[in-house]
Design a protein around this ligand. Sequence first.
Ligand SMILES: [Zn+2]
Length: 258
Amino acid sequence: MDRASPYSAYAAAGAHEPFYGHRVPAYRCPACDGGVLLLIRDTLHFGQTAESRALNEAVGPEIGVGQWRFSCLFKCCDSGCAEVVACFGTMSWARDPRLPRDDAAPVAWMPGMGPAPDIHEQQRRAQAELAHRFQPLVFLPPVEGRVEEATAREVRVAADFTWMDVGNVRYSFKLGRQADSIRVLYQAWSDGGCRDGTGMSEKLIGERIESSAERFRIDRVFEDHPILHRVLRSCGKGQWALFLAPAAPESASDADAA
Ligand SMILES: [Zn+2]
């Protein structure tokens, strides 16, 4: 199979959420399922484009405008993967999203309205509210290419279900309700012809593993567990199943929304 062309990533330019120096969204790792990319901060650099510099020289510098490029590296948070991903894009200034919304639009000043507004003070304040906004254009390897490249994910499980390898990601489970739930769901997936989404209600899971919980809840058992909403997903009200095959694009975006 042809590997996704790096240029296919250009087609998706703008599809990525921007990040700010203080806040980086959970970009998905292109190399594994479930990994999130962490910014390696000292690799983040930006520089002004030649065209923008020429314009500055002709018209004068004005903070908040101009064209800048950035590059940086990310590393997958999953220690089993730890892939390094390069990213580049455009940098601009935008009002810091941490600031409260500025709903009071400045009123046009007219003679008779009191002292004239201090333009310099207004400009100074507006500049102080600006933050670097980084818009990724390309991730290498492309984050979008992850789905196509994952042709077959090998699945291995421990005899006691205390771990499960999905592709190159290992999920570990505590003995007891976690390992037992995975055992029941893996059995359902296997009995259903290894079809993703073949699961059962959490009520039935609770009965099968003889949970004493009054109302057995999978999302409680797997609270903050990396498998939740990735490989272990809800597929209807109170219904849960394993998704072990390569994710289809639609279901991948479902996982993002979850
Ligand atoms: Zn990864």
